[in-house]
Ligand binder design. Structure first.
Ligand SMILES: [Zn+2]
Length: 311
């Protein structure tokens, strides 16, 4: 375990294993861990400009971020924040038995619930589930099919969605992705577990949901404050670390391309420096690091990250 001094008042323990805590404060008041559902090694169509030639020009982008085939390493995962005696899940990945238009992810049968359990998460004790946006890879495990009925996977949680996002997704994303509203949102509403918000919205003193529109109209990111440290889980505002070097590179899936770039730049500007940790929801490896600003250029520093150093 590595003690990293963020400033003289504060240290944080960064834990090496990918399947355990990503981040744990020295006093155990804050833990952020993740559960990986799937890793894509370079063959997911994602960012048109991220060609092997262009990626080679980004000096700090090494094989931790780009696979042997020179494609982008992409992880689908959920995050579990334990803070102030609350358990908050951020995004719920792809899910099982889902009717999705993207066939490699449709009708999956993967023992992800066992993985959640193995990560030490009691599903019945989860207080909140936050969906950064309503795309197929962020809402899937909202629900689980039991005896042919969609049950909520986290039976006592309040599920938080952006109201604007929901209105958009009903009209637009649902047809694009498959049956995501019927399978992954409506059962949550039916059980009285859905909360629709207009961010910014604070869950408690430490956790705030902020609007980061562009990728989708109601896209949200999650900021966790701990002493002087700010940790942001960026959802799909930044899909891959290459977009830290090139914030103007959009994915194929941006709803509003100009706004996506603007939001990405805003996130980078605001979180550059010592007191912020950025967690990219789809970033490979440990998924977290520090944004370094040099002139008008940004890079991603994972040098204090023991997992990355040893792997
Ligand atoms: Zn995504």
């Amino acid at each position: 375990m590595l003690h990293f001094e963020l400033n003289k008042d504060f240290t944080i323990n960064l834990v090496k294993t990918t399947e355990n805590y990503l981040i744990k404060s020295h006093d155990n008041r804050l833990k952020i861990k993740r559960v990986i559902e799937t890793i894509n090694h370079g063959n997911l169509p994602l960012i048109p400009e991220a060609t092997p030639e262009n990626l080679k020009k980004i000096s700090w982008l090494d094989n931790k971020f780009v696979s042997d085939k020179q494609g982008l390493e992409i992880v689908v995962q959920l995050f579990v924040i334990e803070s102030n005696n609350k358990i908050v899940i951020i995004d719920t990945c792809i899910g099982n038995h889902k009717d999705l238009t993207y066939k490699p992810w449709a009708n999956r049968q993967y023992k992800f619930l066992d993985k959640i359990h193995a990560a030490g998460v009691d599903r019945s004790k989860v207080d909140y589930v936050v969906c950064t946006h309503i795309h197929l890879d962020h809402i899937g495990w909202n629900t689980t099919k039991v005896n042919n009925i969609w049950e909520t996977t986290f039976p006592n949680a309040s599920y938080i969605f952006s109201e604007k996002e929901f209105q958009h997704a009903k009209k637009f994303e649902n047809k694009l992705h498959g049956n995501i509203i019927e399978e992954s949102i409506n059962p949550v509403i039916k059980r009285g577990q859905a909360t629709f918000i207009n961010p910014p919205y604070s869950i408690d003193n430490n956790i705030t949901i902020i609007p980061t529109p562009g990728h989708t109209p109601g896209h949200m990111s999650v900021v966790v404050n701990y002493d002087h440290l700010s940790i942001i889980i960026t959802g799909d505002t930044i899909h891959h670390p290459c977009q830290i070097a090139c914030p103007e590179w959009n994915s194929y899936y941006e709803f509003d391309k100009d706004l996506s770039i603007k939001t990405r730049r805003r996130i980078l500007e605001k979180n550059a420096g010592q007191n912020s940790i950025v967690i990219g929801s789809h970033f490979p490896g440990s998924s977290f690091g520090k944004i370094i600003k040099d002139g008008d250029k940004y890079s991603f520093d994972i040098s204090y990250n023991e997992y990355e150093q040893k792997n």
